[in-house]
Design a protein around this ligand. Structure first.
Ligand code: 5GP
Ligand code: MN
Length: 322
């Protein structure tokens, strides 16, 4: 796409000058975060960059450890860098301790992301909210930079597309996205293996935890919700019951509330096409996409549930199904 020629050239001007490059992705990383991190690392090496560090505060979760190159990801950095490239990260806070430490040395920052709520915190911002995943942006940049994708890079890029579209089930799984997925499969990416390791895989404990959460299910005013207190022992990793809730045909929006041990509540939001939960998350200092967003809110479970449900019901009244 012609627009990526221009975007890619501008980004390349900054990358070409840099010797020491750090690539960072967001805390609590998902498949698009780690897929983008590993793919960009490989692309930069192919472009002749020999000093590239890949980092994420929380490391690579077990379920993404199958991705080629995952063992190279570090969880802290002590060196200084000329250039920091942040991927799939809507604001500086999501970059975690690693990003905070790295910007102390005043590197140039390139921000590559697809969240509509991205704050434009980079010196160079490549923010494309119309893309389905950050790996889609990287695929288009690879073409603009003349990088030939090897099998491992294609596997990482396809993983981002698969996890962010729930295996091509979201409204942003366009013909363009399917065409990129086909190119990636032709380059050697294994769709069936990726789905078997990501969207089609979770722990037995995570499924049992869905049972706990579903005991609290409620549907009111087109919003379906569940909540769990810290005593319900939240399961880390893929416990994303909210993607199940939004399949309720009666619901336009869905939300899960999970209280943490330190007096906060993790809020995961989903919306049907035509409805927008990104702006709700953004007002609560989180972020995301119109169809999927999240935030962590200070307060007791009851307070946060009341506050967020009121915001959702108010927003829903001004919106309608696409
Ligand atoms: P999930 O509900 O699957 O954890 O997240 C859905 C979307 O919201 C993802 O794009 C994710 O990056 C974003 N998101 C979730 N939690 C937060 C948060 O606390 N802050 C920001 N900025 N984005 C979030
Ligand atoms: Mn993403």
């Amino acid at each position: 796409m012609a627009v990526y020629e221009t975007i890619g050239q501008r980004a390349w001007e900054s990358i070409a000058k840099a010797d020491r490059v750090l690539v960072v992705t967001h805390i609590a990383p998902d498949g698009d975060a780690i897929g983008s991190l590993l793919a960009l690392g490989q692309m930069l090496r192919q472009l002749g960059k020999t000093d590239v560090t890949l980092s994420c505060d929380d490391g690579v979760p077990d379920k993404l450890a199958f991705l080629p190159g995952a063992t190279a990801v570090v969880t802290s950095v002590s060196d200084s860098f000329d250039l920091v490239i942040v991927v799939d990260c809507s604001d500086e806070g999501r970059g975690g301790r690693v990003f905070r430490a790295a910007v102390g040395g005043r590197p140039l920052v390139i921000n590559i992301d697809h969240h509509i709520t991205n704050t434009g915190f980079g010196d160079v911002n490549i923010v494309q909210p119309d893309t389905a995943a950050t790996t889609e942006i990287l695929f288009l940049l690879a073409a603009a930079w003349g990088v030939t994708l090897d099998k491992d890079t294609a596997q990482c890029l396809l993983t981002g597309l698969v996890t962010d579209t729930l295996c091509f089930r979201t409204a942003n799984a366009t013909a363009g996205v399917m065409s990129i997925a086909t190119d990636l499969m032709q380059a050697g990416a294994d769709l069936s293996y990726i789905t078997s390791r990501t969207v089609n895989r979770r722990s037995y404990d995570a499924i049992c935890y869905w049972g706990t959460l579903l005991q609290s299910i409620d549907l009111d005013d087109g919003v379906v919700s569940v909540c769990a207190s810290a005593n319900d022992h939240p399961v880390n990793g893929d416990a994303s019951v909210v993607s199940l809730l939004i399949t309720a045909k009666e619901a336009d929006m869905a939300v899960s509330f999970v209280e943490t041990e330190n007096g906060q509540v993790e809020v995961s939001l989903r919306a049907k096409p035509g409805f927008d939960v990104a702006q709700i998350a953004y007002k609560l200092r989180g972020g995301g996409h119109s169809a999927a967003a999240g935030c962590t809110v200070d307060g007791s479970l009851d307070e946060v549930v009341d506050q967020v449900l009121a915001m959702m019901k108010k927003a829903r009244r001004g919106q309608s199904r696409a």
